[in-house]
Design a protein. Structure first.
Length: 165
């Protein structure tokens, strides 16, 4: 899904650079169109974009998906958001997992990732606790729409109550 980030110049035009990663900083309709095309089991190679963090830009047509590919795993924060166009995704997936983890670990890893890509410790923490936290709060509201809830700390649940080690 990160290949569908809007470009830096488009985010600047929209005055959203300081919120990159928020739900309205993606080409959601383009993402849904790609998923729909993949679901059709096309007999042609389909090209998807990728995101290159070293330049903070999406690159069009960077990932070829050949017709022989039978399983595609997609990852993204907003796959379970019910509002259009995101809400159209639910019927296009065979199964959706919601992955969660310890909140302190999530924040620590997120802050470290921001530091690794050039932010100062203060900027990284501010971003993780600001824009990123607002995104995480939105994503958390979609948890109940998942088929499986997976914890990075080792728990797996199907539905709401069935926890397995």
């Amino acid at each position: 899904m990160d290949g569908f980030h809007l470009s830096q110049s488009r985010l600047a035009d929209l005055d959203r650079l300081n919120r990159k990663g928020a739900i309205d900083t993606f080409d959601a309709s383009g993402f849904v169109a790609l998923v729909r095309r993949l679901r059709e089991h096309s007999d042609e190679t389909i090209h998807a974009p990728e995101f290159r963090r070293e330049i903070e830009e999406p690159i069009a047509d960077a990932v070829p998906i050949e017709p022989a590919v039978r399983l595609v795993v997609l990852e993204g924060n907003y796959l379970l958001v019910p509002a259009p166009p995101w809400g159209n995704l639910r019927t296009l997936f065979d199964e959706i997992w919601y992955c969660e983890r310890d909140e302190r670990e999530r924040l620590a890893n997120l802050t470290e990732r921001h530091r690794a890509y050039g932010k100062s410790p203060e900027e990284a923490r501010h971003w993780a606790l600001g824009s990123d936290q607002r995104n995480a709060d939105l994503v958390a509201t979609t948890r109940q729409r998942a088929d499986i809830i997976a914890s990075l700390e080792g728990q797996l649940a199907t539905g709401q109550d069935d926890h397995r080690p």
